[in-house]
Design a protein around this ligand. Sequence first.
Ligand code: TPS
Length: 346
Amino acid sequence: MLKSKEYTSTSLSQLGEFGLIDHLTQHIKLTQKSTIKGVGDDAAVLEVKDQQMVLTTDLLIEGVHFDLSYMPLKHLGYKAVMVNLSDVYAMNAQASQLTISIAVSNRFPLEAIEELYAGIYLAANTYGVDVVGGDTTSSTSGLLLSITAVGHAVAEDIVYRSGAKPTDLLVVTGDLGAAYMGLQILEREKEVFKVNPQNQPDLDPYAYLIERQLKPEARKDVIELFKKMEIVPTSMIDVSDGLSSEIMHLCKASKVGAKLYEEKIPLDPAMINVCEEFKLDSTTITLSGGEDYELLFTLDQKDYDAIKGNPNFTVIGHMTEEKEGAHLITRANQQIKLEDRGWNSF
Ligand code: TPS
């Protein structure tokens, strides 16, 4: 029998997800003329004829990213598409095509897989993208779902993580932390919730939070707003791992610092209530919870008038010189160094 190789042990949890990515990509040298930039943004950017194409992929694993005891398969399909579209929108690009690959054990009957795909197709139709391919195979360890999304934009519109300037405003869409608190409720109840089809979150104090966890929406509307308002953020990222690590990514890529004001972080009242119920600090949850799939971006101050008063946007801070580092300014006016303590796969 073939024996697996013995490895000297460096633990992945010591490295962390981003340490592992840096390690595995450190020697990449781009050889294709069509590749605009290397690994490091929400999506890769390629030049195809005169268009810029963006390309991103995400892998979702049962037991790591989702728990089928409360995640209905239709929602899983929908959410898996959102996770990918959010990465395309984070580049300020329009999404156009998807490929869907699944590995599935024979514990799932056809009807279950049909439900998964009903969610995938619902998301694709709602967001105007085509499913154009994929792969289907068997699995001995539950369900694995890998989606690749393709998008496009003209070169001037593409937004990387690296364009923030020291005086730019730091802006976020929507509200934060609700998806994580939805997860806490679902983990507590461990039963299948049905998201209210009539979208009436006030009927149930938890409905909004559960919906944010089970049926997130990617912010295509925001990308369209940018176009209408004729503004292009200087840098952008989606909030999938938590505000803290996303801000750190922008700072690192742009070589700037940041000041984030605790009192400005947008919270839904239901999120605040449930944090109290769970005795959790709402700011900590927004910093490290993740899965909000909102857009975090930096904006030149001259563009402030365009977003002023628009309920989609909240200015939560501003960028600074790199040497000042990234800090949270608390309600008590204390300055706390931001740490990269978001969701980490390892
Ligand atoms: C059962 N979770 C899953 S993916 C993710 C987070 C915070 C962020 C992005 O992941 N366990 C269960 N369900 C969940 N929703 C979570 C954990 C939380 P990646 O960096 O792998 O793309």
